[in-house]
Ligand binder design. Structure first.
Ligand code: OTN
Length: 494
């Protein structure tokens, strides 16, 4: 073999050793943990990060002071003379809401758009002389402010004479679905309500055909119904998820409109084969539609609902009903602003950010890229702490934040999982200076603990993961001070 000239020997040897070092180092860089199925889709993750979505129940019920219309209402009663969808959207934007869902047709069958398939619509109303289109004004106002639009199309229709004839009504319903999903631009959520009166004619809905049409016509949409396929119902209308709440569930065990599954919907299933996160729908008032005699919930109630929904791995679908003028009532708009201001006051400061952080172990060692410092950055999904595999089998994994001198004062702990790789944590505990201050089961996209004992003052906060499916992957931890929290017997802020 030809000998290398001396002048070339040294650089080549250096290069060779660097190359072999690179190879060996590369071999030491850990691969990310394998995902644990089932996993969320891109549209589900985008939906989950919205946290709060606005529901808008509006229609003939607004003018009859009722919740379920009979289907015999005279369209002439519909006349929201001051309707301004821009006002609805401004209220949503000011509340930090990025998606709004309008009831295009509720159970009474009255359509808020000039459907070609029925005269029971705005076209027969006094509003704008029958030339108006509420859906059009809604989607245009939303688009103008960069807010996404969703639509609700009630399967149950108390006006349509075809209802009860399975083939004819499904064809009618598909025709209306096609109108809404082809004429009004991008629709990001379609809402199939399973509500139906006890005496309603029995009929079969062609959900498979409905869903495939939705998929064909709207590429970035999430489909809501009790049983998904993208978003499930939480099983109640008071905005409260289970303290254990899995995004996973077996969709074969649930059906739209089925009674008796509310508990299963509320908690999900750790062995669920489908990733089907839950939406907690609740109204800012007592009713879904606007009633003159009603008023918005107190801020304290709405905050608790936020903790019991968004703080339990769900999305809050908060209904704000337009009134007979076609506007959101000022009291409701003001309450929404108070809610946003309160949430910003609580969560805009994370006391953990100034802490030093360590963990029971880390995947790939110091430079592996999966260290506990990842829970303090602004990415709540894709950067995360991963324990080392050597942690497998040990009684638990833990991550610890140590405050600067003077200690930490907080009454809320926020924990988030990297759910893009599957929801994993089954049980966890929180300690301050060695004393347990909270414990829980699931975490998911987000788990919020409002500490029962009120404000705690300490230096070392340890989050222990005492059971999980595979390795727990914690993407974010927050320590917050909620001045609105009034624990039953804990110490209060003021
Ligand atoms: O009177 N109801 O129909 C009713 C009362 C309490 C809770 C729910 C309902 S209907 C229920 O609404 C859900 C959304 O809030 C889902 O659409 C369910 O399918 C429907 O049955």
């Amino acid at each position: 073999m030809a000998k290398l000239p001396r002048s070339l020997c040294l650089p080549s040897l250096v290069l060779l050793s660097l190359f072999s070092l690179a190879i060996s180092t590369r071999e030491r860089v850990p691969t990310p943990p394998l995902p644990i199925l089932p996993l969320p889709s891109y549209t589900q993750l985008k939906w989950q990060q919205r946290e709060i979505i606005m529901f808008l129940h509006f229609g003939v019920n607004t003018f009859t002071d009722s919740e379920w219309g009979t289907g015999h209402e005279d369209p002439a009663i519909f006349d929201p003379v001051s309707l301004d969808a821009n006002q609805w959207v401004s209220a949503a934007v000011d509340a930090g809401i990025s998606l709004m869902i309008l009831t295009a047709k509720h159970h009474d069958g009255f359509c808020l758009w000039p459907s070609k398939y029925t005269d029971h619509s705005v076209e027969s109303s006094r509003w704008k002389g029958g030339k108006g289109d509420v859906v059009r004004e809604f989607v245009d106002a939303a688009k103008a402010r960069g807010v996404d639009a969703g639509l609700y199309l009630s399967p149950w229709d108390r006006h349509e004479r075809r209802y009860g004839d399975t083939l004819e009504y499904n064809e009618y319903y598909l025709a209306q679905l096609q109108e809404l999903l082809t004429k009004y631009g991008s629709v990001r959520e379609i809402w199939f309500d399973g509500a139906k009166g006890k005496n309603a004619p029995n009929m079969t809905y062609y959900f498979t055909e409905w869903f495939s049409m939705v998929r064909e016509l709207q590429s970035s949409i999430n489909i809501f119904s009790d049983a998904g396929p993208d978003v499930r119902w939480i099983g109640n209308e008071n905005g409260s998820a289970g303290t254990t709440c899995w995004a996973t569930i077996n969709s074969t065990a649930i059906a739209i409109g089925e009674a008796g599954i509310e508990g299963y919907l509320n908690t999900g299933d750790p062995r669920g084969t489908d990733y089907l996160p839950a939406e907690c729908d609740v109204s800012i008032r007592k009713g879904w539609f606007w009633h003159k005699s009603q008023f918005p919930k107190k801020l304290s109630e709405l905050l608790q609902i936020y903790y019991d929904s968004v703080g339990r791995n769900c999305v809050l679908l908060l209904n704000v009903p337009p009134n007979t003028a076609g506007l959101l009532s000022e009291t409701d708009v003001q309450r929404l602003k108070e809610l946003r201001n309160a949430l910003d006051t609580i969560f805009s400061v994370n006391l953990a950010e100034k802490c030093s952080v360590k963990a029971s172990s880390r995947r790939g060692g110091k430079d592996g890229g999966f260290g506990p410092e990842n829970v303090l950055d602004s990415d709540h999904l894709w950067t995360y702490w991963a324990p080392g595999d050597e942690g497998e089998g040990e009684e638990d994994h833990w991550i610890e934040m140590r405050g600067a001198s003077g200690g930490l004062r907080f009454n809320v702990v926020r924990i988030q999982e990297a759910v893009g790789l599957g929801q994993r944590i089954k049980r966890h505990e929180i300690y301050v200076d060695g004393k347990r201050v909270a414990r829980g089961t699931t975490v998911g996209y987000k788990r919020l603990h409002r500490l029962e004992g009120g404000v705690v003052h300490g230096s070392v906060v340890r989050v222990r993961i005492t059971a999980s499916k595979g390795l727990p992957l914690v993407s974010s931890i927050g320590l917050h001070l909620d001045p609105f929290w009034r624990p039953k017997d804990g110490n209060r802020l003021s």
